[in-house]
Design a protein around this ligand. Structure first.
Ligand SMILES: [Zn+2]
Length: 220
């Protein structure tokens, strides 16, 4: 039996994430933005009413009375009628676990380096000028040679400006450990851990970057 669909109600496609982040409320203590944008590991891959693609983001929120408030990442579901599965993970615990995990990454750190490329257009136009000068001076042989050189240059592929990935002599873990909180958050923006708690232990899986639905999630 297909589920009845509520008619005549327009749901916003994606509610703005800020409505879930209580750090934006005027409170005496300002909280920095959450370090992570986790995906709920409890309901990961399970297509349910409150999460139609099985990839449910977790948002940071505060729980408990003011003096004992604790920050948790809570599952919020995904899709037009999103709702969470009830899973929560303490922010401190997940942040710490992710920092430890990334700090022991032994792969080589790489950086993007800008390569300016070569601009042959300038050389070619200079040769054309020289050819014209030679022609005016009656030196036809030299003029023809300049034109030939220019034509030769035009045939060669010219290197466009581009970025090269260069391996550095430190590990990714060492690089990550050297970053401050803002830089870590930026580093982690492309790395969304799938996390859950089992027997009091935080378990983390890595989402492969090509996973369908992830582009959509990135806009949450
Ligand atoms: Zn969940």
């Amino acid at each position: 039996m297909p589920q009845p669909v509520a008619a005549g109600r327009a749901y916003p496609a994606e509610p703005p994430a800020i409505s879930y982040d209580h750090s934006s409320l005027p409170t005496p203590t300002r909280h920095p933005k959450a370090l992570l944008r986790p995906v709920c590991g409890q309901c990961f891959g399970i297509k349910r009413d409150g999460c139609t693609d099985g990839i449910s983001p977790m948002y940071r929120m505060w729980r408990g009375p003011r003096r004992q408030r604790v920050a948790v990442y809570r599952c919020f579901g995904h899709g037009p009628q999103r709702s969470g599965c009830g899973a929560e993970i303490l922010v401190d615990e997940l942040d710490r676990a992710v920092i430890v995990l990334l700090s022991v990454d032994m792969r080589k750190h790489t950086e993007l380096v800008f390569v300016a490329g070569d601009d042959r257009a300038e050389q070619i136009s200079r040769l054309h000028d020289q050819a014209a000068d030679a022609m005016r001076q009656g030196d036809y042989e030299r003029s023809i040679q300049c034109m030939k050189d220019a034509a030769e240059l035009e045939k060669q592929p010219s290197a466009r400006p581009h970025w090269d990935e260069v391996e550095r002599d430190i590990t990714r873990g060492q690089h990550f450990a050297s970053l401050d909180t803002d830089a870590r958050r930026e580093y982690l923006a492309k790395w969304r851990p799938v996390a859950r708690v089992e027997d009091g232990q935080v378990l983390i899986e890595h989402i492969p970057s090509g996973l369908p639905g992830l582009q959509e999630l990135a806009r949450d």
